[in-house]
Design a protein around this ligand. Structure first.
Ligand SMILES: [Zn+2]
Length: 526
């Protein structure tokens, strides 16, 4: 299948100390759906996720837990992060850890190159530092403390006192790249998206960039600076490099050329690191900048942002244990315009599950298959002459498939789902209007009945293909029930960009009973 264009997509790497919440899962699912779509369309696809494991805070928590930072990270990766990917059914191609040898050695190589080329110098640094953020805070994020921290300067995000740190640091000459970055944003309007994020980044860079402190010597949990092992690399500088070290930078140049550049999906709170620091680092190293940096919005729960610092997190298993992973994947991508903030509520999730998945899609599939079983002994009928209403359904399917592909390419995942759902809605209306149960009463209508049910079945065939990146489990069941696995082969092998073409389901295939794709959920007993 790997014959088409290269498509490489990444999520941010998880900060290993966090507890997985639905915000992490949202980012993962979005990237996974886009990756699955491209993979099934025949693009040479690679999807990457992983964990960010260095830094002072991890060293501190490991020590507090009586272990080493590496053992602490191992435990969290095994017990929290890899299980999260299973919970929400992510089909990533690779998982990188910043403690991987392949990563650490390539980070050193990258750093040495910048040093040799004069982009790194040593200097004295003194500023207020937040351990929670792992960064020296800009003035705009320093506020006066209240309560127990009255009279102290605290971090605006963490509300904890800042530490005045003074140390010899190595600096990256980021200020050299102000003009080149502005030119990049100008020449490639799609480089940072959505538009609101792009505007913020441009405004920030227009104020002029400062050089970036990229090493620390007050602790040693990190990648050693290659020419001075009393320093470790600043965690952000280290973490950003995962996107190239994972695909072979410095080690496997042919794979690196095949994959890079990538599309980065990030939360908007870390967009600036990806849209400013990261391309500047790549420019300094003479490498291509990313294809795109896309900042999605925040999930709001009861009006508050889901974040790692405020303990409003909902564990993804709280949702998947009741609704299943397919519904999780569908809900967040359908209910929230990708790129904007969106609110999560249990009521909305329940309502959409019932109306859209169970009643809209699931019932449609069950009814059509039940009628083919009843009226044609389960054998897919041959269509006779198509009427205008049948041709209208074919046109809807064709258009939905084309629109959805265009939307996925633009990362408008919610629009892609809305397009695909026009097939669900139109097919439901078509069944109601065509009344196959009435046609079945008179043998003279047998040909017409066959045409209607064939049209509905082939529409379900298209739905299974188009929805497989989002609802991999439900569509697999539907594919089996349509008898398509036996005649057309595995669902994931169906070329996605041809899903809209009609009459693909072979007549004479045999359907089999379909259990409810989205079973009724009984309200939990309190
Ligand atoms: Zn902070």
């Amino acid at each position: 299948m790997a014959s088409g264009n290269s498509f490489y997509i990444t999520t941010p790497i998880f900060y290993v100390n966090d507890a997985p919440h639905i915000g992490h899962a949202y980012t993962e699912v979005a990237a996974d759906v886009v990756a699955r779509w491209h993979r099934q369309a025949g693009d040479d696809t690679w999807s990457l996720t992983g964990t960010d494991e260095h830094g002072e805070k991890i060293l501190r928590t490991a020590t507090a837990n009586g272990t080493t930072p590496k053992k602490w990270a191992d435990k969290l990766v095994t017990e929290a992060w890899k299980p999260l990917l299973e919970t929400i059914n992510i089909a990533n191609d690779d998982f990188i850890r910043t403690t991987d040898e392949r990563h650490e050695s390539s980070v050193q190589l990258f750093l040495q190159r910048l040093y040799d080329d004069g982009y790194i110098y040593s200097g004295e640094y003194e500023a207020l530092y937040c351990v929670g953020c792992e960064e020296f805070k800009p003035q705009s994020e320093i506020v006066n403390g209240t309560g127990p921290f009255e009279g102290q300067k605290v971090c605006a995000i963490h509300s904890k006192p800042l530490e005045l740190l003074k140390e010899k640091n190595y600096f990256f000459r980021m200020s050299d790249f102000t003009e080149r970055l502005l030119a990049l944003y100008e020449e490639r309007p799609d480089f940072v998206q959505p538009e609101s994020a792009r505007n913020e980044v441009i405004q920030f860079v227009r104020q002029g960039l400062s050089d970036l402190s990229i090493s620390r010597s007050s602790f040693d949990w990190g990648v050693k600076v290659p020419w001075d092992d009393s320093h470790v690399v600043y965690v952000w500088f280290d973490a950003l490099l995962n996107y190239i070290t994972a695909v072979g930078y410095g080690q496997d140049e042919s794979n690196f050329d095949r994959r890079w550049p990538a599309t980065h999906i990030v939360g908007k709170d870390i967009l600036r690191f990806h849209a400013v620091i990261w391309p500047a680092m790549l420019m300094a190293a003479g490498l291509e900048v990313p294809k795109q940096v896309f900042g999605h919005g925040w999930l709001l729960v009861g009006g508050e942002k889901m974040s790692k610092s405020k303990l409003t997190g909902i564990a993804p298993t709280e949702i998947t244990d009741t609704f299943g992973s397919d519904a999780f994947r569908y809900y967040f991508l359908r209910a929230i315009a990708f790129g904007q903030d969106g609110s999560f509520s249990w009521e909305d999730l329940s309502a959409r599950y019932q109306a859209e998945l169970a009643n809209g899609f699931g019932n449609l599939a069950s009814r059509v298959i039940a009628m083919v079983t009843k009226y044609f002994d389960g054998v897919v009928p041959a269509p006779a002459e198509y009427t205008d209403v049948d041709l209208a359904i074919q046109a809807v399917v064709q258009k939905a498939a084309e629109d959805a592909d265009r939307s996925i390419n633009a990362l408008a995942i919610h629009d892609a789902l809305a397009s695909i759902w026009t097939i669900v809605d139109e097919l439901n209306g078509y069944i109601t209007d065509s009344e196959p149960w009435a046609l079945a009463k008179d043998p003279a209508n047998a040909a017409r009945l066959g045409t209607v049910l064939y049209t509905a079945l082939d529409g379900l065939r298209a739905l299974a293909v188009l929805l497989s990146p989002v609802l991999p489990q439900a569509t697999d069941k539907l594919w089996e029930a349509l008898g398509a696995a036996a005649t057309l082969g595995a669902l994931v092998d169906q070329p996605l960009r041809e899903a809209g073409r009609f009459e693909q389901l072979p007549e004479g295939s045999t359907v089999s009973a379909l259990q409810a794709l989205f079973p009724r959920i009984e309200p939990a007993v309190a």
